[in-house]
Design a protein around this ligand. Sequence first.
Ligand SMILES: Nc1ncnc2c1ncn2[C@@H]1O[C@H](COP(=O)(O)OP(=O)(O)OP(=O)(O)O)[C@@H](O)[C@H]1O
Length: 254
Amino acid sequence: MIEIKNLYKGFNEEAVLKGINATFEQGKTNMIIGASGSGKSVFLKNMLGLFEPDDGEIIYSGESLLDMDIDRKSELRKEMGMLFQHSALFDSMTVEENIMFPLRMFSRMKLAERRERANEILERVNLVNLNKKMPSEISGGQQKRVALGRAIANNPQYLFCDEPNSGLDPKTATVIDQLIQEITHERNITTVIISHDMNSVMEIGETIVFLKDGLIAWEGSNKEIFKTDNEAVTDFVYSSDLFKKVRIAQNEGF
Ligand SMILES: Nc1ncnc2c1ncn2[C@@H]1O[C@H](COP(=O)(O)OP(=O)(O)OP(=O)(O)O)[C@@H](O)[C@H]1O
């Protein structure tokens, strides 16, 4: 579990986060949503320790990030997996080497063990037989699965995904969403996902925080988001024509 208490962060006198309170639960896919520029990335970077908050607390399983010494922070770093927006695979490494990379960096595993783990992971993300391929030789959806495999290679307790579906067609995006959710459940990981994608929110938004004007303007689940009357949320949700049509159809009793 990750708890955020009264988090403030600004740049050059301009506040971006203005007292955020949120809880990201273990074993769940927790989503942060909000319009472009609402501060989602700044929020994530504070959680990852890449930005120093101006005020507030970030608590990992009862332990304050800001009170950790360097050794404890680097231990915590090993417990984190990250899936970036553009997969960020190493172009010059094979699929297998990409997955083995964090094991080489953050574990004491020998080469044979690292290879065995990489192959278990490849099986888990449904990519058997692609071990020796280069990232440029596989599709965007497959690259995303390699990136997810690399993110979970070290058995993290916390998984952070920044727009995991960007650049994917809706069907492939759903496959990635479901894979993230299955892995979160089976490994009991605390997963935090930044997303713009309402399909993902519907699919896997077990807990959702909606960021607006530097604050959490709404929180709930994917079951609740379509029922809320919160204007800021409905503006965001129904900015898509498709969802607008769904709402009109619902109101007309279809
Ligand atoms: N390093 C920085 N220095 C100064 N301002 C920054 C910095 N990082 C972010 N900001 C500002 O913080 C605000 C929020 O940016 P952020 O990237 O968190 O938004 P976002 O919600 O992630 O947007 P998007 O969905 O477009 O990625 C923006 O006004 C941005 O200019």
